[in-house]
Design a protein around this ligand. Structure first.
Ligand code: ZN
Length: 145
């Protein structure tokens, strides 16, 4: 990044996974630097270089990881194959507890485990499954002939 304090290049380190996840899924601005080559000399700076990091094209690192994970996989319920991810009607995951979850319910530190152990679920099936779990009395299961 370019250090806004002196206009010169500085090497900084942020928690990329948490940074990308927060900015991608919550729109939250919770970036913090772990390290900067201008520290400790300029420790306690306003960290204004974070604006540059947030607007960087690879700020969506986690989104890329998640999209790559879905690509070519099938929804575990309807068998639809995932191609490009619709981030408005985001796909979900089916966990070991048989509950479906949206990505904004997944904590950063859980991400590797979720990708390793959960199964992909499309948006439509996620909505249907969530409804069935919340209102089982309203649902009739029928075998498709
Ligand atoms: Zn599905």
């Amino acid at each position: 990044v370019t250090c806004p304090a002196d206009g010169r290049a500085a090497g900084v380190k942020v928690d990329r996974i948490s940074a990308a996840l927060l900015t991608t899924f919550d729109g939250a601005q919770a970036l913090h630097l772990n390290q900067c080559s201008n520290w400790p000399k300029r420790a306690g700076c306003a960290q204004r270089c974070l604006e540059e990091i947030e607007s960087a094209p690879d700020g969506c690192l986690v989104r890329d990881i998640v999209a790559r994970w879905y690509r070519g996989k099938q929804c575990v319920f309807c068998k639809r194959v995932f191609a490009e991810i619709d981030w408005l009607n985001k796909p979900a995951v089916l966990g070991a507890d048989q509950g479906t979850r949206q990505w904004n319910d997944v904590r950063i530190e859980e991400l590797p485990e979720v990708l390793g152990s959960c199964q992909p679920v499309c948006w439509n099936c996620h909505i249907a499954e969530s409804f069935c779990r919340a209102h089982p009395e309203l649902v009739t299961y029928r075998r498709s002939a």
